[in-house]
Design a binder for this molecule. Structure first.
Ligand SMILES: Nc1ncnc2c1ncn2[C@@H]1O[C@H](COP(=O)(O)OP(=O)(O)OP(=O)(O)O)[C@@H](O)[C@H]1O
Length: 223
């Protein structure tokens, strides 16, 4: 369970005008939400706060009972490795690693053996339709293929929470749809919690519900 309570965040000197405040959200395993809202309202910042990459001015973020806002940096880094998966607009694959190695990376960081990690990475690549490309390099892939690898990497360690920032922003609608199907199928199959930040109605339609971030909290978006 993810429980966000009364979160506030600002970048100026504190106490100052917050970027957003009164952000509360509860999500159970297997549930997903899309967060939309005006450019600059703080959607990516909210994702970074949830990932423990940005300090918050106020509020709590509890993942499976652990309050991320109270963890020391080392514990937070460990929790991020174990419990979080990320998918970004710009893919962020490592260019000097093969596709299998890119997908195996989260497992190596968790201390799994190379052989075991690569076996699981190959199984994930098969799930996203790239089984035969495992020894290829990211630069040889199309944008849609790169994002499929990024999805495999985000899910390979079965994280509790998958954070996605405009994951189809660089893709045409047809590729976007295929990527979103894989992403949400993967999130549901592993009973992860999915949070998707997007301006795209198509992307948002894949989540269970859509919320709009305002300066004064999250409000339900009408269907
Ligand atoms: N590290 C930072 N220091 C100072 N200001 C920042 C920092 N990061 C983000 N901001 C500011 O916070 C505001 C919100 O940025 P953010 O990227 O979260 O918005 P967004 O809703 O995701 O926007 P978009 O939809 O355009 O991607 C912006 O005005 C941005 O300039």
């Amino acid at each position: 369970m993810l429980a966000i309570e009364n979160l506030a965040k600002g970048f100026g000197p504190m106490p100052g005008e917050p970027l957003f405040q009164r952000v509360s959200l509860q999500l159970a395993p297997g549930e997903s939400v899309a967060i939309m809202g005006e450019s600059g309202v703080g959607k990516s910042t909210l994702l970074n706060c949830i990932a423990g990459l940005e300090p918050v001015a106020q509020g709590r973020i509890r993942l499976a009972g652990v309050d991320l806002t109270r963890l020391a940096e080392d514990d937070l880094a460990q929790l991020r490795r174990r419990q979080l998966g990320f998918v970004f607009q710009a893919f962020h694959l490592l260019p000097h690693l093969t596709l299998v190695q890119n997908v195996a990376l989260p497992l190596w960081l968790l201390g799994q053996t190379e052989a075991h990690a690569e076996r699981r990475a190959r199984a994930m690549l098969e799930r996203v339709g790239l089984a035969r490309r495992g020894h290829d390099w990211p630069r040889h892939l199309s944008g849609g293929e790169m994002q499929r690898v990024a999805i495999a990497r985000a899910l390979v360690h079965e994280p509790a929470l998958v954070l996605c920032d405009e994951p189809t922003g660089n893709l045409d609608p047809q590729r976007a749809r295929a990527v979103l199907e894989l992403l949400f199928e993967g999130i549901r199959a592993s009973q992860a919690i999915g949070i998707l930040v997007t301006h795209s109605q198509l992307a948002a339609s894949f989540a269970d519900r859509t919320l709009r971030l305002t300066r004064d909290g999250l409000i339900p978006e009408p269907d």
